[in-house]
Write a protein that binds this ligand. Structure first.
Ligand code: NDP
Ligand code: 5RP
Length: 472
């Protein structure tokens, strides 16, 4: 086939995600012009594109890139969030026409996307969340779009073509105005953090409490993946636990330092949840767990002083089945918290975020894809305002799973296995089924020291206690 000389779309940033996305776009039949900061990367990318090379137009300047794309142009940015995005926008703006659109497909902070939508008045701008890692970007990611609907409609034929499909339906949809797509992607990543942390906690129980070898742990995760837990994260947990290091032949997992990295999306979700007063304790606990994991030296000092926390758990007290049931309950609670936060943002920002559609988009392609998501989409379509834990299908999982979750968390406390996400999930569950909580004590204390007032159970509002000589 002859080399195309006009591209239907452009892409900046041929790193892990950008290169995979560009090949996916080319493979779906859309000629694409590409540019990368290091020019050699662009040349190598084109040289290595194989039979897709004819659909890839390598360019070495922004001017060349812009000239290679059919009008009205669409250019995807796939560079690190923050300054690199602003820099690329600044370079492109003088070269583009008013109806051209820059599409930031990285993991931007949605506040930055809101700002860019407001500030960029000479070209169009869309912010889209893309999930699925390298393999997803190459063969079908989940895509969460944000910005003007008419702009989304203009490029959606390309985005839907490259997206993952669930029973033929593209996992790509418009979420709402401004930074709505990046917001939904951030919450996706928050759920991802919590789910990963819960799996890591179960792994810790198997490794240190049940003294299981990595291969056996991998087999257990593989078994979990045949039931209600079926999901990408459980599947890859099995794969990574069973892999051997090519240099030493030892289990790879044993050679990885227990210090988790993070690029920001989980933290942004936790921070935003506080602004929204949206309760997402399992997600927050997962962010804290990553932060704590980085305190390697301090943890070693702690172990030297107090002794290692995790102890072997008597075999009659623990089982695979308990772990599986606890993880099922935990997983439901991760998603319930995430969707609750999305609903809170929808109300706060006036975005009308489409909750059932979000669950549908997450059914394939993304990192948190799971067999539960189709049922979640149905439950949210039935009643968007109901917390997912109250929907019959998920209430059933929780009825069956919370006993195991409770036993596991109790065992964790007794035998020194930290379970920040699982225990936060349990605590959330218990709080959410306690009609009479204990915040009356908080209110009494606030009123005592600050005359803050409280609402009485008999309906009297802005009441005060008798502590300083006056009541009601
Ligand atoms: N990796 C993943 O699983 C996922 C990542 N994302 C998001 O996608 C985006 C890209 O991530 P990823 O592909 O993993 O990152 P990589 O580090 O693999 O690639 C980064 C790319 O951005 C370019 N770049 C870096 N800094 C600048 C700059 N200042 N100006 C211009 N170009 C720059 C690099 O160019 P050069 O070759 O010249 O260094 C490279 O092409 C990020 O926002 C990330 O959060 C989203 C979903 C999943
Ligand atoms: O968006 C992603 C997956 O959905 C990226 O892989 C992201 O980098 C994951 O977050 P972190 O690096 O903080 O673990």
């Amino acid at each position: 086939m002859a080399q195309e000389d006009t591209a239907q779309i452009g892409l900046i940033g041929l790193g892990t995600m950008g290169s995979a996305l560009a090949l996916n776009i080319a493979e779906k039949g859309f000629p694409i012009a590409v540019w990368n900061r290091k020019t050699q990367v662009t040349r190598d990318f084109h040289d290595e594109a194989g039979e897709l090379a004819d659909k890839v137009i390598p360019t070495e300047t922004h001017e060349e890139l812009v000239a290679a794309i059919a009008k009205p142009r669409a250019i995807i940015l796939m560079v690190p969030a923050g300054e690199p995005v602003d820099e690329q926008i600044a370079k492109l703006r003088p070269l583009l026409d008013a109806d051209d659109v820059i599409i930031d497909a990285g993991n931007a902070n949605f506040h930055d996307t809101n700002r860019r939508v407001r500030e960029i008045d000479d070209v169009e701008f869309l912010g889209i969340g893309v999930s699925g890692g390298e393999a997803g970007a190459r063969h079908g990611p989940a895509i969460m779009g944000g910005g003007k609907k008419e702009l989304w409609d203009r490029v959606s034929h390309i985005l839907e073509a490259i997206a993952a499909k669930f029973e033929g339906e593209p996992c790509a949809a418009w979420m709402g105005r401004e930074g709505a797509g990046h917001f939904v992607k951030a919450v996706h990543n928050g759920i991802e953090y919590a789910d990963m942390q819960m799996i890591a906690e179960a792994y810790g129980v198997m490794r240190d409490g049940m003294k299981m070898a990595p291969d056996a742990i991998g087999d257990t995760f593989a078994r979990f993946n045949e039931g209600a837990l079926k999901s990408y994260l459980i599947e890859i947990s099995s794969t990574v636990t069973k892999a051997a290091d090519t240099h030493t032949g030892q289990p790879m997992i044993d050679l990885i330092l227990d210090k988790a990295g993070q690029k920001g999306t989980g933290r942004w979700t936790a921070i935003e949840a506080q602004h929204l007063a949206a309760p997402i304790p399992a997600i927050e606990a997962a962010v804290v767990a990553r932060n704590l994991s980085s305190r390697v030296a301090a943890r070693r000092e702690g172990e030297d002083m107090f002794g290692a926390a995790p102890m072997e758990i008597p075999s009659e007290m623990i089982s695979d089945e308990m772990l599986e049931r606890a993880l099922i309950a935990g997983k439901v609670l991760c998603y319930a918290q995430g969707f609750d936060m999305i609903a809170a943002a929808s109300a706060q920002f006036g975005w009308t975020l489409p909750l059932p559609e979000i669950a549908k988009v997450w059914r394939e392609g993304c990192i948190i894809r799971s067999a539960m998501l189709d049922d979640m989409a149905a439950a949210l379509a039935e009643d968007e305002d109901r917390n997912l834990m109250l929907a019959p299908a998920f209430a059933r999982h929780l009825r069956e799973g919370h006993v195991a979750l409770r036993e596991l968390v109790a065992i964790g406390a007794r035998f020194g296995h930290p379970m920040p996400a699982l225990s936060s999930g349990l605590s959330y569950f218990d709080t959410m089924r306690t009609a009479r909580g204990t915040a009356n004590m908080i209110q009494a204390q606030r009123d005592y020291f600050g005359e803050h007032g409280f609402e009485r159970t008999d309906g009297i509002e802005d009441a005060h206690g008798p502590w300083h000589g006056h009541g009601v």
